[in-house]
Design a protein around this ligand. Sequence first.
Ligand code: URA
Length: 306
Amino acid sequence: MTTPADHSLNLDTRQREMLAAMGVTYWWPENATETGKGTDTGTEVSHTATVAALAQPAASLTPPRVAPAAPSPPPRSVANHSINKSGKAVFDSENAPSTAHATSTLAALDWPALTEAIQQCTACGLCQGRKQAVPGMGNPRARWLIVGEAPGEQEDKQGLPFVGPAGQLLDAMLAAMGLTREADVYIANVIKCRPPHNRNPEPAEVAQCAPFLQRQIELVQPDLILALGRFAAQTVLANVVPDIEKLPLGKLRGQVYHMNGRPVVVSYHPAYLLRSPAEKGKVWADLCLAMAHLGYNPLEGYTPTA
Ligand code: URA
């Protein structure tokens, strides 16, 4: 078996830096064989594609398409709120609609209308604490859709997804794949407004917000969805994997699912990787799986379909 050190000779300086920034020094999945089959995870990773992926020069692989403008601060609204004894508007969950927006209504929305609907949404209590909603960013017809969890402090301030520390790691992951967030991917979260103190989203909040993500998937029509973290995986694969909420992410990753015919790969969230850097190699294996599934070789781009 060829050693990781041998492969690393194929890397250019930029890729060594990017993988190092990801914390991947031993990039090949544990127990991988010469044929590239990860025996520990069942990951079907093409050895050739992996080596090629690591040896590619910086390149943008899809023609840049115009990204939607950064969202402007939303008008505040008190819809779905009642006034408490102190005269303060509080979220009235009893009188809120059971879903934020009917999927059928959202189905008619184009990007500007969808962005506005997200920015103005007051369907759950998260609207009370937000500075602004975070619809998403990137290439609106990207081949890759990255799905995260929810905005954090920086995202809430800037109105853009993954711009804090986890976002820097995500950018390093994309760079190691030869991709950029502006040209090659669209990035969206399950939840569009920051949960207080970055707490986990509640099931009702996910239920309210998920139709926005569903419409984003319809508009982007990505070739592959990369769901990062438990909440992204559970939302995207809700109708694909029975009892998904009972499965830890470690059991979900390492394979390709299909949601309405669209490939989905699940991996750990970058914020988790910041806390558990030892898992970065598994994420790199998942990214290699996704690249191989798309027939994407960063040296040559996408394999033309016959
Ligand atoms: N974590 C997420 O899941 N999304 C963001 O936008 C930022 C951090």
